[in-house]
Ligand binder design. Structure first.
Ligand code: GUN
Length: 264
């Protein structure tokens, strides 16, 4: 079984070849309205991937004082620009800008984040996870999948995509009792954890020994390093690492969405 790094490298090589054979490079515009270190890290990663694969990515950085209307008109300008294939607006946004207004303004045909209600794209993190699970032969149908966390970016779309693949999906969240969490986790074939709590899943819970844990968490520890929502080394068949796990899958899925957008 290949590691996530090997899987991503192989997929990237295929995408790079496909782009080389195209008459023009796909074009991605990234809009950033914050100077937050986590966002900078995400954006730098996306820019690096784009360069590596031959996608022309442009970063448009705006001061946090930009008004909502100014940002929306910038998005409309990119919607109308036929040379732009994909648009992403990096989250989080400043408080005075409504996330919903931004999501609704991006042209669904260019919405490579998959955030618009009428989008034709799958959101990148769940898409990356499902494609990786398929590559390792996870059978999906009739399997018990537990999604821990109910965010709009990960938990909710993850649950929907696993349900579409006929998993028995249970979503657990901050209002679920510890006792119920223990019950569902003990019966899970697949656990996707995205709650932003360092090492939340540990040995106080029991797991099926052939379970898969997909760790979406990125938490900065007191040691200054990144740690997941699951303690490394849990007694399961496969646990994705942090760093070097889901982050790579998310970025790969974004590049796949950009390729798809450029075909539209
Ligand atoms: N902030 C954290 N994750 C994401 C993502 O997947 N897309 C965007 N646009 N912003 C984010």
């Amino acid at each position: 079984m290949s590691t996530i790094k090997e899987y991503v490298a192989a997929r990237k090589a295929v995408i790079a070849e496909e782009i080389k054979a195209r008459p023009r490079a796909p074009r991605l515009s990234i809009l950033q309205v914050n100077d937050n270190p986590a966002s900078n890290a995400y954006v730098n990663g996306k820019m690096r991937d784009a360069k590596e694969l031959g996608v022309e990515a442009t970063l448009l950085s705006f001061p946090t004082t930009i008004s909502e209307e100014e940002l929306l008109s910038e998005i409309r300008r990119l919607n109308d620009d036929e040379s732009v294939d994909g648009i992403i607006v990096q989250l989080p946004l400043p408080r005075h800008i409504q996330e919903e207004a931004v999501k609704w303004t991006v042209d669904p045909k260019k919405d490579v984040d998959g955030f618009h209600p009428c989008t034709t794209f799958e959101p990148c993190t769940p898409k990356g996870i499902v494609e990786y699970l398929s590559s390792v032969g996870f059978p999906f149908v009739g399997k018990n999948a537990v999604v821990l966390g109910r965010s709009n970016i990960v938990g909710k779309p993850m649950a929907k995509m696993l349900l579409a693949r006929s998993c028995n999906v249970t979503v657990l969240h901050s209002k679920t009792s510890e006792e119920d969490k223990a019950f569902y986790l003990a019966h899970a074939d697949l656990i996707v954890v995205a709650i932003g709590k360092m090492h939340y899943l540990d040995s106080r819970f029991t797991y099926k020994k052939d379970a898969i844990i997909v760790d979406v968490g990125i938490n900065r520890g007191e040691d200054g390093k990144l740690h997941g929502d699951a303690l490394p080394g849990l007694p399961v068949a496969l646990q994705t690492p942090v760093p070097g796990g889901v982050g790579l899958l998310t970025r790969l899925a974004l590049m796949e969405n950009v390729m798809e957008a450029s075909k539209k």
